[in-house]
Design a protein around this ligand. Structure first.
Ligand SMILES: *Cc1c(COP(=O)(O)O)cnc(C)c1O
Length: 456
């Protein structure tokens, strides 16, 4: 077959195409080397394509192909999204947003050097925890605290440092999987402890724990049943009773998980300070669930035990960075002073539930005939309070076409809106909309609805 010499097989030069005005925003967002690599790899694909081989550059919209690939890469970057799911602590959406005020107050200490490990009064090397032990003490009545990167690390460190080579008693009802691939029996095995299972899935009593004690028992571990709740015929041990009956050398540790410190909104839950009050030697929980701070694991309780944890070599691998420590410090000061920025996202979302009716009414009028007020439920999420939901309002949008298609369209808006489907309708829960997000939310939905107005 004769080659048609009239066909132009010359793709633009990479350097030249990089100057194209449409690519400048991608260079800013992705970096020049990454965009360059996209051009190279897309050119290679274009050269192999049949269209190109038959028609040459005339057959391919090179710029469009490159832009599409840049878009895909840009979608991988972290961006702010609007949470209209009704789940306040949403694992896929970064769990807890950090209050703007907190972020701003931790800015100065983080953008310069800090006294992270320097005692200013003496000039000696100091601990990294700063005021945190005093703050946690004022908050929960715990003697001391240890801050690590996340609560999974808390659990590992506690088990490894206090119970390696020994037996740890865990109820069968609490041998749960928390999130992807994090199972209590596995973490026990990895930390070098021997799991002793007691009770059944629905019933475990104090006697079950006490009867399982041996000379080699180091710990009784109680784990919050994060993602589910067992209802009906159940019995949990009287923690106070277990604590009282445990011998000196056996520690009672509670992985409370969520960081709930008040039972006000969750009657079925036990707060951190109550666990400590009932005799838990240590409690551990996440910083970015109900507390509403940065990702962290917080271990609070007896000082002789926290000192053992701090001296363990694994501490070096798990210790939190100064950004996290500074944010936690700010958060707890504000929390103890009952300032709004010291309340976590869960608390704010609960309060917002009350105002969702007014907001839903206003938006329905504005977005008539597409929007309808729907009563909904808000959940704290993150496995925090699995048995409770809180009444709130939201909107159902009924638009021409498939609901799934609108759900997808909202998710790729400049500030993505994360909604959900229910009975084939597009649902927007208004309880989880942050105040700062409301103007953007309204403007974007309005813009989206306008195209249907012109059709309709
Ligand atoms: C969330 C949770 C964990 C894991 O905490 P991370 O901070 O995600 O590591 C462990 N235990 C319980 C009970 C939890 O709820």
């Amino acid at each position: 077959m004769a080659v048609n010499t009239a066909i132009n097989y010359r793709l633009p030069q990479v350097e030249q195409l990089l100057q194209h005005p449409s690519l400048q925003t991608y260079i800013l967002a992705l970096s020049r080397p990454v965009v360059t690599e996209i051009l190279r790899s897309q050119f290679a694909l274009i050269r192999q394509s049949e269209r190109f081989q038959v028609q040459g550059v005339e057959g391919v919209d090179v710029l469009a192909v490159v832009i599409k690939s840049c878009e895909v890469q840009q979608g991988k970057r972290q961006v702010r999204v609007i949470n209209a799911t009704g789940i306040a602590v949403h694992t896929n959406l970064g769990r807890s947003p950090i209050a703007t005020e907190l972020w701003d107050s931790a800015r100065d200490v983080n953008t310069g050097y800090s006294n992270l490990e320097l005692e200013l009064a003496t000039g000696k090397r100091g601990g990294r925890n700063g005021l945190l032990p005093s703050l946690v003490n004022a908050w929960l009545g715990a003697e001391d605290c240890v801050i690590v990167n996340n609560n999974a690390a808390s659990l590992y460190l506690i088990l490894h440092a206090l119970a390696a080579g020994k037996e740890v008693i865990v109820s069968r009802g609490e041998q749960i999987q928390i999130g992807g691939g994090f199972r209590i029996p596995d973490i026990l095995a990895l930390s070098g402890c021997k799991l002793v299972e007691v009770g059944t899935t629905n019933i475990t009593t104090s006697d079950d724990y006490i009867n399982a004690l041996t000379d080699n028992t180091a710990m009784v571990l109680m784990v919050h049943q994060s993602n589910f709740s067992i209802q009906g015929f159940t019995e949990s041990p009287d923690i106070q009773d277990v604590a009282k009956r445990l011998p000196e050398h056996v520690q009672l540790v509670v992985d409370q998980g969520s960081g709930l410190s008040s039972e006000q909104y969750a009657n079925s839950e036990t707060s951190l300070s109550r666990y400590l009050h009932m005799g838990a030697d240590l409690v551990c929980f996440s910083g970015d669930k109900i507390l509403g701070g940065p990702q962290a694991g917080i271990i609070a309780g007896r000082q002789d035990l926290t000192q053992v944890l701090l001296k363990n070599p694994m501490m070096r691998a798990f210790r939190a960075g100064r950004i996290v420590l500074a944010l936690l410090e700010e958060l707890l000061v504000k929390k103890l002073n009952q300032e709004p920025s010291g309340e976590g996202v869960a608390q704010h979302t609960l309060l917002r539930c009350r105002h969702t009716r007014t907001l839903a009414d206003r938006l329905t009028v504005k977005w008539s005939p597409y929007a309808e007020v729907v009563s909904m439920e808000m959940q704290v999420g993150g496995g925090s309070i699995p048995s409770e939901t809180y009444a709130c309002f939201g909107l159902a949008l009924s638009l021409p076409g498939k609901a799934q298609q609108h759900l997808d369209a909202l998710r790729v808006m400049p500030t993505p809106i994360i909604a959900y489907l229910h009975a084939d309708r597009l649902m927007l829960n208004l309880a989880t909309l942050l105040d700062d997000d409301l103007p953007r939310f309204e403007a974007q939905i309005e813009h989206y609805l306008q195209r249907f107005l012109s059709i309709g």
